[in-house]
Design a protein around this ligand. Structure first.
Ligand SMILES: CC(C)(COP(=O)(O)OP(=O)(O)OC[C@H]1O[C@@H](n2cnc3c(N)ncnc32)[C@H](O)[C@@H]1OP(=O)(O)O)[C@@H](O)C(=O)NCCC(=O)NCCS
Length: 165
């Protein structure tokens, strides 16, 4: 049985471990190995994750029989009062397609509603078609594209999607 729970700073290594196991296959045909390594350090090293929590990010993990298999990272009151941002949603590859991503997303949405939030925004790589299709199936629409310079000669080439409540 899959259970969801919020974790604190002391358990952020779970998030880093799942990201390290999930990013290479997710982005194998989209990003260079160098960019995957760069982004994993930039976003998932312990000090970075801790600083995200300090800035208001919440991390939920999904566990099956006590083993962590996925996570979501999100932020309420993102830039505008009524908007939240889904920063991260990753499941170990062998757990895709079993309804767990949807369960994590629904838990984020439940917490947003409780906080009176009206829309959820996210960035997804424009070539991550599987994720785009997943978000579309959950009611997200594409609002615009953006290219973000992340340093070291790398860019994030993204689609911004939004779900309104
Ligand atoms: C994207 C991801 C989070 C989706 O989670 P998941 O557990 O695999 O998806 P679910 O089984 O919960 O699917 C939920 C719904 O989405 C639909 N869906 C999932 N993947 C889909 C796809 N590739 N195309 C179309 N629909 C899809 C399912 O049909 C299902 O529909 P339902 O609402 O009728 O039941 C997961 O596959 C993942 O971790 N992928 C790799 C990492 C990644 O790309 N993360 C996003 C970065 S922005």
């Amino acid at each position: 049985m899959v259970q969801l729970r919020q974790i604190g700073k002391e358990e952020l290594s779970i998030v880093q471990s799942i990201a390290n196991q999930t990013w290479p296959s997710t982005f194998a045909n989209i990003l260079s190995t160098e960019q995957i390594d760069y982004m994993l350090h930039w976003m998932y090293d312990q000090p970075q994750l801790e600083s995200q929590v300090e800035r208001g990010h919440t991390f939920l993990i999904a566990e099956e029989n006590g083993t962590a298999i996925g996570f979501a990272g999100f932020e309420l009151f993102y830039l505008e009062e009524s908007k939240s941002k889904l920063h991260k949603l990753y499941l170990l590859p062998s757990y895709h397609g079993k309804g767990i991503g949807k369960a994590l997303l629904q838990e984020v949405a439940r917490r947003m509603r409780e906080a009176g939030q009206q829309s959820l925004t996210l960035n997804v790589n424009k070539d991550n078609q599987k994720a785009i299709d997943f978000y579309r199936s959950q009611g997200f629409v594409e609002v615009y594209k953006e290219v973000i310079d992340i340093g070291n000669g790398f860019v994030m080439d993204d689609v911004v999607m939004e779900l309104n409540f």
